[in-house]
Write a protein that binds this ligand. Sequence first.
Ligand SMILES: NC(=O)c1ccc[n+]([C@@H]2O[C@H](COP(=O)([O-])OP(=O)(O)OC[C@H]3O[C@@H](n4cnc5c(N)ncnc54)[C@H](O)[C@@H]3O)[C@@H](O)[C@H]2O)c1
Length: 348
Amino acid sequence: MAGMKLGIVGFGFMGHCVAQLMLTIEEIDLIAVADTNPEQLKDAPGDVQVYGSMEEMLKQADINVVMISTPNPSHFEMVEKAAAAGKHIICEKPAAMTVAQFDQMVEITKKAGVIFTVHQQRRWDKDYRIMKEVYDKQTVGDMYIIKSQLYGVNGNMHDWHVYPEMGGGMLYDWGVHLIDQILDMIDAKIDSLYAELRNVINEKVDDYFKILMKFKNGITAEIELGTYYLTPKRAWFIGGTEGSALIDGFAGEGKIIRTRHLLENVPGKISMTAAGPTRSFGPPEPGLLIEEPLPEVNADHRNYFEHFIKAFNHEEEIMVKPEQVRRVLCVMEAVRESARTGDAIHFE
Ligand SMILES: NC(=O)c1ccc[n+]([C@@H]2O[C@H](COP(=O)([O-])OP(=O)(O)OC[C@H]3O[C@@H](n4cnc5c(N)ncnc54)[C@H](O)[C@@H]3O)[C@@H](O)[C@H]2O)c1
């Protein structure tokens, strides 16, 4: 089996990140990078060939896989060209601007007989993998709510992300990852979806969204992102009949909380709070709550490429499958529709 020889087109932020990662993965040879901006190529690693366009790289470089990391609207054209040259393809997210466009890309790559996958590598984020483990093992019993939250302070998005025609806005950006994680975690169809999509301080592109997805297994997932929340946070919450699991931070810091005994039908104890007396929402009696550590997981973004290598060598199926990418794009279209009409969308 020939080794994996990679060419990256679009050597900006993500192109550089992937090139850095390749230094740590022996089985992938980064052979070439291409970018139309010569400034970006100045710090390409010494042993890597540099090209001023994708066309030149496809013609001249001895590569078998292309990673497409150019801005969003160019992905379709890049996929077409790479497939025509018979190269396997890892495309940056969002793979396409619409579901219809993505369907065409799948058709084109199928006909060309090349692997087509998308860099939805945040399935290997540590915080997500911990929560997936909690979900898979039913650590907190029957679950009813899963919340994924991401808040920032930099409301003004950078570079081309502020232009709608460039596929800007946060739904096309982090939205892809946050939706992909939830769809990867919850093994059920979606019953209905309701969403809000707002431009809080940006003129033309979304910088806040809340998505509620009710799944057919009874679980509701809530995704909320705000770039102008002014309290930076990456958080998860899973609520179940045997406890709560929570994470605060990309490194997966958090805990599982259980009660020493489940509530019996006891007479209400009155607690005084600043908002007056309550029997249900006072502080817990001493010793009621027990804290446990979250499961340990090993996860990092190299895992994405390790799986890709196995698929490339026909040892396993590709992990980020076109039908999964399509489902994320379908949810994104439903989010836009729900936000536009104010209605819940029923599908699947
Ligand atoms: N998977 C992730 O976690 C992740 C993170 C960031 C960005 N991305 C995605 O990566 C892609 C690139 O984003 P970025 O932040 O690196 O953007 P960027 O602007 O930093 O880099 C894009 C590069 O593409 C080059 N380019 C533009 N048109 C080109 C063309 N026709 N031929 C060759 N090069 C061309 C630009 O000169 C630039 O260097 C986007 O699709 C984005 O959504 C993914």
